[in-house]
Design a protein around this ligand. Structure first.
Ligand code: 4AD
Length: 473
């Protein structure tokens, strides 16, 4: 029996529907199985009942076929069940196997009238309000599986390049980006420290010391790259971001890599490009996420994934020149006038990637005044050795740079940015002992999922989104 074969081949866990369907024998013989999952739909006919059961392991689920007299009245959409039966070849459209049911146990009933997750497409806002149930929709579950596949591919990419997967703190003593968007950790109770409790200082911030939720793991990664050479991490990041855009969250996941012994920003772009092209290959497994009308976006993703065609690289200065030419010549122009020394707005980033280039583009060497203190100064004295990767529909997906490895330049930059030198003592220290040229980047994981899936808002690219004034569970 197949059940037993799985049990000895791997673990004591029974096979999932995906495992069963992907390892069926070619002979077409019936296989006796036992499955658990949730009912996705039920169609009762006079002589037969069809029910789709899924355990979330794959997009399609499995069609179960029941005799009407063996169909419990409480077999409804959303109910959890355990089913025993025979997996047989099916003549039905769009499926090669179906489950001829012998016995059903209803493990958890689900009142179909009250159940908020109905079969038809539900409004995005309604699902945000029901974030605890949202993963039960086909689209949200597909998005979660996509996150999983992408992450596994990224892990194998870094592993193949001899990067070490490391973990950095969530509680930090400073603002890595110097952007003033940190959440400060505050005490759960504002009660004054009591004499009875020797530990009461723990309640005032972090044992009497100011503490913040991390905005980026970069500075800590730099400390580890100064020993392990090549490191990366995936960490939640927190930003007190007020923007209500489709690409900003207050809590998001950032994939960050950092490595030593590089001297050119182009070498960092090479790694970003290679790792992402690798990941873009898996987009076709997630076709469910794409809608009719998304063909152009899909084609552009397919083009971006081609190994032989390098992604465009353009300096910030050249990008601004192009933006200005367009702004002057077009009747519509931009809302914000582009000018050297000003930040690129979202409309500029999208124009550069969608209209000027028609694909992913690395914009390099931004003015020093626009970027954080840690970026390495270029010899022109006006720009830093950095890049943003802009992609169609999203805008900025990745930001990275060479880091200032010269301690005198770094201290000068900390002062120029008005940061407190004493908070960055340990960071400057890294430059005192065996300082090495190094650099790295950070990739917004939800933005990558949005780009790869065509899901327009990053709030739908994470299981339980948090954004300004919204944290329901
Ligand atoms: O450009 P950022 O701010 O770069 C850093 O934090 C660097 N310290 C990273 C590094 O070099 N190790 O952020 C990197 C990426 C952005 O390109 C964007 O994709 C994403 O993080 N990101 C956000 N994603 C969702 N919501 C937000 N509020 C985000 N802020 C940044």
């Amino acid at each position: 029996m197949l059940l037993r074969r799985f049990a000895t081949a791997s673990t004591s866990l029974p096979p999932t529907i995906r495992q069963l369907l992907s390892s069926l024998p070619p002979t077409g013989q019936a296989i006796e199985v036992q499955l658990s999952g949730w009912i996705k739909s039920v169609r009762r006919q006079k002589n037969v009942t069809f029910a789709v059961i899924n355990d979330g392991s794959c997009a399609s689920g499995l069609q179960a076929v029941l005799k009407p007299d063996a169909t419990p009245h409480n077999l409804t959409n959303g109910a959890s069940v355990r089913i025993c039966g025979n997996l047989v070849q099916s003549t039905g459209r769009g499926q090669s196997y179906e489950l001829q049911v012998e016995a059903v146990d209803i493990l958890g009933e689900c009142n179909p009238e009250a159940y908020p997750i109905q079969k038809q497409a539900l409004p995005v806002e309604f699902l945000r309000d029901n974030a605890h149930l949202r993963a039960r929709t086909d689209i949200n579950a597909a998005m979660l599986r996509l996150r999983d596949s992408v992450l596994r591919m990224l892990h194998s990419y870094y592993e193949a390049q001899d990067f070490h997967y490391v973990h950095t703190p969530i509680l930090t003593s400073n603002d890595c980006e110097g952007g003033g968007e940190t959440f400060r950790v505050s005490p759960a109770s504002s009660a004054p420290p009591s004499r009875q409790s020797p530990d009461s200082s723990a309640q005032a911030e972090f044992f009497s010391q100011p503490a913040y939720l991390t905005v980026s793991s970069q500075l800590h990664l730099e400390a580890l790259a100064a020993s392990l050479s090549r490191v990366y991490t995936l960490s939640p990041c927190f930003r007190a971001e007020r923007s209500q855009t489709n690409r900003h969250l207050a809590e998001f996941w950032m994939l960050e890599a950092e490595w030593a012994f590089i001297n050119h920003v182009g070498d960092i772009c090479d790694v970003v490009e290679e790792s992402l092209k690798n990941v873009l290959q898996c987009r076709s497994e997630h076709a469910l996420l794409w809608k009719d009308g998304d063909e152009a976006k899909l084609k552009s993703l397919e083009d971006a994934s081609r190994p032989g065609i390098p992604w465009t690289r353009i300096s910030y200065t050249d990008a601004v020149n192009e933006l200005q030419k367009y702004h002057a010549s077009s009747r519509v122009g931009f809302e914000f006038e582009p000018a050297w020394g000003r930040a690129l707005q979202s409309e500029h980033e999208r124009w550069v990637s969608e209209r000027l280039v028609g694909g992913p583009v690395f914009v390099t060497d931004y003015p020093t005044s626009l970027k954080p203190f840690y970026m390495r100064a270029n010899d022109d004295g006006q720009t830093v050795a950095c890049f943003d990767l802009l992609v169609p529909s999203i805008g900025e997906l990745v930001g990275g740079s060479l880091r200032e490895e010269r301690s005198s330049h770094l201290v000068e930059a900390i002062r120029r940015h008005g940061l407190k030198e004493e908070e960055y003592g340990w960071y400057v220290d890294l430059r005192k002992y065996g300082s090495a040229p190094h650099g790295g980047y950070g990739l917004g994981f939800e933005r990558l999922i949005s780009w790869m899936s065509g899901i327009e808002n990053v709030r739908e690219c994470i299981a339980m989104p948090r954004w300004a004034k919204r944290m329901l569970l």
